[in-house]
Structures are given as C-alpha cells and as structure tokens.
Design a binder for this molecule. Structure first.
Ligand SMILES: Nc1ncnc2c1ncn2[C@@H]1O[C@H](COP(=O)(O)OP(=O)(O)O)[C@@H](O)[C@H]1O
Ligand SMILES: [Mg+2]
Length: 278
C-alpha cells in the first residue's frame, strides 16, 4: 500500500500483519506527525474494523484515554482505513528488548496494566483478546489497542449478559481464560484472568502450556472447546496446576486465586489486585 490516504497520510512501512488486515505507519503531510493505519479489505466478510471504531469512539467519548484516538476512518481504494496515533512498540517487543526487568519495575507495570483494563471494564467493555501484542507503549505510557473482538458485557437495559455455553473459543488460545476454554461466554473475569497469564509470561518469558505439542484431532478445529490439544491446555490452566508452576511468584498465585474466584457477572476489586503488587 504505497499511497496517500485521505489526501494527507503518506503510507510508509508495514508494521503489523494480522489475520484480518495489515497495519502501516504513515506521516501526516499537513502536521508532519506520525500515525498508524489499520486496514481491512472492503471484501472481507467480517467488518471488524468498523466495529473496532465504534468501540474506540464510545470509550473515547466516555473519557477513556488509554486507548487510541481515531484521527480518521474511511474507505480508501477499496480498503477501510483506521488512522490512530503511532506508538513506539508493543509490550512483546518491549519485553524482548529489555531483558531482566527489576521486580519492582515489573510490579509497577502490573499495577498499570490492571488500571488500564479497569478503565474499559468500568465502561462495560470487554476486550476479549488480552495479550502482550495488544498493549502499546509510547513515551513510557501504556495503551490498549485492538478492539476487534471486544464487546459490551451488558445489554440495552443495563443487565449483565447471561452466561451461555459456547463451543468455539474467541481470541487466542494461549491467553484465553480457563473458563472461556471450558465454553463459558467471556466476561470481565476472563479479561482479568488473561491479564494474569500475561503477568506469568512477563515474569518467566513463557507459559506453562507453551510446549503442549500438536495433538491429532480430525473431529474438532483448534478453537473448538473439545479439541484435544485445547482440552490439554485447559488442564494446564486449572488453578491447581498453575499453582504448581516451578518457582511461581507468590503474589501471582494470589492474583490467580482471587481472579479464578470472581463470578461470571461480578466485577473484581481492582484495588485489591493492585495492592498485591505493592
Ligand atoms: N497505533 C499503532 N502504533 C504502532 N503499532 C501498532 C499500532 N496499531 C497496531 N500496531 C502494531 O500492529 C500489530 C497488529 O495490530 P492490531 O490492532 O493488534 O491488529 P490485529 O487484529 O491484526 O492483531 C500490533 O500488535 C502492533 O505491533
Ligand atoms: Mg492484535
């Protein structure tokens, strides 16, 4: 995509390629500032980008500031484009370039991540794809991106959505919560649990279920709750197995003990979670 989007954004490098479209860096000719452009082909059957835009707009209009502000959204050469500020790097890239962060720094990071996730939950938005690649850093500040899979956890009458039994898993298997892997509809609890898996990854650079090998299963696709490998990973995510992860940080065990006990439609005490890492 070598182009001028909306008569002002000069498209530069490809900086991310996801399952539904690419992300490019761009410079605004008028302001000489940098932006990111997330794209989706007009022929795509999913229409995820428009949904992402509406969630971002809702959050921003309700004073959430740890998410990208939309500079432009529209159609350019049969490609939908979402223009937002360009961040320095995602959390995964940050961790790869900063080995062995001191523990107090890591705990501070955890507290900030809890507050960030809290800020969208307080507006009844679930992210449903919590993972290091979806947290961005710019000038030491954290931002949550990629709201393509996100949704509200309440209906038009402000009632919490009912838990229903699902057979397919939304989001990535690696960070998806134990309860979602069992087929529960994702709720706030599950974002909080996924955040815990992310903390595990930040502390140990790996997750206990990373090396579960491919298991032949001709009956179920990988995102089906009955897929054999998915079931195996779910067993690793049981609280009792996580607790036994060698040398696991005691504060993290407490984080999991608390978060696994949150009810489906309950909001956690974010303050108590932050206090674990003081
Ligand atoms: N505003 C941005 N600034 C810098 N990099 C970005 C920005 N938005 C996305 N990226 C990069 O592109 C990747 C994919 O973008 P994301 O919105 O998460 O889409 P996907 O749905 O494909 O995961 C991110 O993990 C990040 O590395
Ligand atoms: Mg992403």
């Amino acid at each position: 995509m070598n182009d001028l989007v909306n008569h002002r954004y000069i498209v530069e490098e490809l900086i991310g390629n996801g399952s539904f479209g690419n992300v490019y860096s761009a410079t605004c000719q008028k302001k000489n500032t940098q932006f990111a452009i997330k794209t989706e082909d007009v022929r795509s059957p999913y229409k995820i980008l428009k949904h992402e835009c509406s969630i971002l707009k809702y959050l921003y209009d309700n004073r959430c500031r740890s998410i990208p502000i939309i500079s432009w959204y529209g159609l350019h050469n049969r490609v939908f484009c979402l223009v937002t500020p360009l961040y320095d790097m995602n959390l995964n890239e940050y961790l790869q370039t900063h080995d062995e962060l001191p523990l107090p720094t890591v705990y501070k990071l955890f507290q900030k991540l809890i507050s960030l996730v809290q800020s969208i939950h307080e507006l009844h938005v679930l992210h449903r794809d919590i993972k290091p690649d979806n947290f961005m850093i710019k000038n030491g500040e954290l931002f949550l991106i990629d709201f393509g899979l996100s949704c509200f956890c309440i209906d038009d009458q402000s009632n919490h959505l009912e838990n229903i039994q699902l057979t397919e898993i939304t989001g990535n298997i690696k960070y998806c919560s134990y309860y979602v892997m069992l087929g529960n509809r994702p709720s706030i609890r599950d974002d909080v649990i996924s955040l815990g898996y992310m903390f595990l990854y930040i502390l140990y650079q790996e997750l206990p279920w990373d090396n579960v090998p491919h298991i032949e299963d001709t009956l179920h696709p990988t995102n089906h709750i009955s897929n054999r490998r998915t079931l195996k990973i779910a067993s690793y995510k049981e609280y009792q197995s996580i607790k036994l992860f060698p040398m696991i940080d005691k504060k993290l065990i407490m984080y999991f003990q608390y978060s696994y006990n949150i009810c489906y439609d309950e909001s956690p005490c974010y303050n108590a979670l932050r206090t674990l890492f003081t």
